[in-house]
Write a protein that binds this ligand. Structure first.
Ligand SMILES: Cc1ncc(COP(=O)(O)O)c(C=O)c1O
Length: 495
């Protein structure tokens, strides 16, 4: 029977559940009949799932007999799989209580490995994160020191954020076309922190949330950890399908929708104004919260910077929009400085929530942010110019070395979403490492496994020379035989 809903509902494995079911695990594993020796391949597949977080830590694996049945293999094979997992440190047994997942000594979950980036000399195209010019930081720090001295006479706890920074962020929203008062601003340790606070306050395990597919992987990860059910709506090279978004609001009635309408990560798409208005109406009719991630909004390369999404709402309609912002892309991720804008009452509730984790941000960091925001007019134009140069260098290198690839030049943001014409992205990413390039295949941005294998996100956050060299190296890597079958192997087997 055809799916009655026009949206794709992705029911994720419940990763925080303490017991992993045999059928649930079997669905994530390759067919053991296809590989020799089967037990070794199964063990590697399970350890890969543990490291990339699809199987949680401190989770009980299914009983051997049950998993053997689910995989249609022998009990002896599963015994050998669990022995190997114990040997490698990916599992341990508790007397009389089964086999539990664990993190091997000296290894880190892949979410951390990805954030840390290459520990070698590889070119890093995996992270779309620009650095901050040293001089700007030095000057801002010099300004901050006397201000910090004034604050040392206070207790220094600011769960809402430093009052002067809240005022500056509110003023910035007002200047961009959305009248805002400081009480509507909560200062956070980056956009990711803001999103996690919102999910923690507004969602309960099992709630439905609408997300774009593809989307920002760490946002998806936050939703998985909160045990939310994601309803994915597509973002293609031509942007959003508002009809699907509208019918998802209507039929699935999600608790909230998380959208990146400004230079969407990873596609770079910019949502047209009339689509914003339709989405605001649809969300309002369904009673869903709209969480709008504007982390990339200032990085407008070919178009004017878009006004805040919430500014398109009718006067009574802004109350359901929560806007998330950050200095990570306009300034530097190392600042860990972001904010959210929401109705004042919600901001108070969210501040209550954050006290349980960090009590408030560092005063020093917030003063630094304040000083940098005051000089955003000096910093941003050269940054945008640099990004344009880098984007042009990347596009030229792709045209020269990868004539078979297609892509659209994004009007802003930090990366280009290339279509490789064949599902080889994971295999290419793996091979590129041997050539000193670290990059993420499209599957990393997908709401569920096995899609966007023909896509590669290529950030233009490094110098033109580095980008040219990286593309050249990937072209060389491609001349190796990369086939879709090797892709599947990597997605499932690589530890
Ligand atoms: C769309 C989007 N949201 C949020 C973040 C995380 O931002 P922050 O470093 O402020 O937590 C990123 C970083 O890449 C991003 O691309």
């Amino acid at each position: 029977m055809a799916d009655p809903h026009p949206f794709q509902q992705v029911e994720r494995a419940d990763r925080t559940d303490r017991n992993l079911g045999s059928r649930q695990l079997a669905a994530m594993l390759p067919d053991p009949a296809g590989a020799r020796p089967a037990y070794r391949h199964l063990a590697r597949a399970i350890s890969a799932l543990i490291l990339d977080g699809r199987i949680g830590l401190h989770v009980r694996l299914p009983a051997e007999r049950e998993l053997a049945t689910a995989l249609n293999t022998s009990r002896a094979t599963i015994t050998a799989v669990y022995d190997l997992l114990r040997e490698s440190g990916h599992a341990h047994s508790r007397q009389g209580s089964g086999t539990w997942t664990s993190l091997p000594e000296g290894q880190a979950p892949s979410g951390i490995t990805r954030l840390l980036g290459p520990q070698d000399t590889a070119i890093d195209l995996a992270r779309a994160a620009p650095g901050l010019p040293e001089q700007i930081l030095v000057e801002a720090l010099a300004q901050v020191t006397p201000r910090l001295a004034e604050h040392t006479h206070t207790p220094g706890y600011h769960p809402y954020g430093l009052p002067e920074l809240r005022a500056a962020v509110a003023e910035r929203f007002t200047r961009r076309g959305l009248a805002t008062v400081p009480e509507q601003i909560l200062v956070t340790a980056g956009a990711q922190h803001a999103l996690t606070l919102v999910l923690g306050l507004l969602c309960r395990a099992g709630d439905r949330v609408m997300v774009e597919n593809p989307s920002y992987p760490n946002a998806l990860e936050a939703m998985r950890r909160a045990q939310l059910r994601t309803l994915s709506v597509p973002v293609t090279d031509t942007g959003w399908d508002v009809e699907i978004i509208e019918s998802t609001f209507r039929q699935a009635v999600p608790q909230l929708a998380y959208l990146i309408p400004d230079f969407h990560n990873p596609t770079g798409c910019l949502m047209p104004d009339e689509e914003r208005v339709r989405i605001l109406h649809a969300a309002r009719r369904s009673g869903a919260w709209l969480v709008i991630d504007e982390t990339l909004a200032d990085l407008a390369l070919d178009v004017p910077a878009p006004p805040p999404f919430a500014s398109r709402a009718t006067p009574g309609g802004t109350g359901q929009v929560i806007t998330i912002g950050s200095m990570s892309k306009t300034h530097w991720g190392g600042l860990r400085m972001g904010w959210l804008r929401a109705p004042a009452r919600l901001v108070t509730e969210l501040a209550g929530q954050r006290v349980a984790t960090d009590m408030g941000g560092s005063v020093l960091d917030q003063l630094l942010a304040l000083s940098l925001l005051a000089r955003a007019g000096d910093l941003l134009p050269p940054r945008l110019e640099q990004l344009r140069r880098q984007r042009a260098a990347l596009a030229a290198a792709l045209t020269e070395h990868m004539p078979q690839w297609t892509w659209q030049l994004p009007p802003g943001g930090l990366s280009l979403w290339a279509d490789l014409g064949a599902p080889v992205a994971s295999a290419l990413a793996e091979r590129a490492l041997d050539y000193g390039v670290r990059i993420e295949g499209g599957a990393y941005f997908a709401t569920d496994p096995g899609i966007f294998e023909q896509r590669l996100r290529i950030p233009y956050t490094t110098s033109p020379d580095t980008l040219r060299e990286a593309v050249h190296r990937m072209a060389t890597a491609l001349t190796d035989d990369i086939s879709p079958s090797s892709t599947t192997r990597r997605a499932h087997w690589v530890v």
